[in-house]
Design a protein around this ligand. Structure first.
Ligand code: ZN
Length: 147
């Protein structure tokens, strides 16, 4: 039997979850008046807390929180601008490729050197990292919106 009194967490374990309590602790509490009294007071406190009525708020908390979280609807003009910018970027990219089509065809067909592979692999790596970062930040923002 332990000579010193048990810690509060051991007494709480004995009081509320006796099946996971060690046999030494059970033996101590059964033989020690001080620890037994503490255990009984925990039990009494628990019963008193359970007997308390549920607190009722005078206002609808859910409604108040949802009102604060009202999502701002994006203006349709914003969507049109975004589409316009994307289309203009794609157009500029294709126009550039069209203008420099001779250079591009030379780069990728006739003399493929090790430096071309180097540039291409770096471009692919950068694109992969940027894409991965965009994907990660997108999911982070989506997870922040879930509540
Ligand atoms: Zn004790």
């Amino acid at each position: 039997m332990k000579m010193q009194h048990l810690y509060d967490k051991d007494i709480q374990k004995y009081t509320f979850d006796k099946s996971n309590c060690s046999s030494d602790n059970i033996e101590h509490i059964n033989s020690c008046e001080v620890c037994k009294k503490v255990s009984e007071s925990y039990l009494l406190l628990s019963r008193e807390l359970k007997s308390q009525p549920e607190p009722e708020l005078e206002f609808n908390l859910t409604e108040l929180v949802l009102d604060r979280l009202a999502f701002s609807k994006k203006e349709p003009i914003y969507n049109y601008m975004l589409c316009l910018i994307i289309i203009m970027s794609l157009g500029a990219a294709f126009f550039t490729i069209y203008i420099f089509r001779d250079v591009f065809s030379n780069v990728f067909s006739t003399n493929i050197t090790i430096s071309n592979y180097f540039i291409l692999s770096i471009a692919i790596l950068i694109s992969l990292f940027l894409g991965l970062d965009m994907y990660r930040s997108y999911y982070k923002k989506i997870n922040m919106l879930k509540y």
